[in-house]
Ligand binder design. Sequence first.
Ligand SMILES: [Zn+2]
Length: 231
Amino acid sequence: MENKRRQIHEELEVVQEGFANGVAVGFPFNDKQKLKMIGEAEKAYGKFLDALKCDWRNDPNSMETPRRVAKAYVNDLWSGRYTAMSPITSFPSDGYDGIVIERNIPLTSMCSHHHQTIGGVVHIGYIAGEEGQVIGLSKLNRIVELFGRRGAIQEQLTSAIHNAVDKITEGNKGVIVSIVGTHNCVSCRGVKHQGAAMVTTKASLAFRDDSNNARKEFFDSLKINNGGHNI
Ligand SMILES: [Zn+2]
């Protein structure tokens, strides 16, 4: 049993270095490097506020804001660009041939176009193959965190999560990822519409094949009220 466990690490980190929403050049960064970057970003954000004629230095509520903003980007909003994901272990499926679904995984991300936040949920389903692999459930949450915390457009994020799950569960019979996202760039600027949600879905193999009901079972399961649990 032990020798059938697999660890996936480097492959997940093969992203488009150089893209604005990929990992940072020089990835991964250690704490000292991150601290240096925070200092540089702090100075630059102070200049950004100067350009906007904001008297931040003389406002007790704002005098530390450039550093707060820099820390938020490096440690939270874009943390996936600087910090490598720890290895993910997959296990033999031991004959289970049904769909594995985790729904309502919280998502916080940022759109590449406007640098405004995206909030929402991610639903992930997959079917392990005959010799296929299953993943510990929380690892799906970690994948969402890693890619979400890089910033993206929702379409790219959907593909990135799908492809990572596909890689980890090599030999699977299908993977499906659906994201329901609300975009601050829609609600706070431009058209300024509250309440609109964007839904994106990427599916492969059984979830794209009309000769079975895998896709229907996945979306039907999202409606189940979980026996009264508040999920
Ligand atoms: Zn946007």
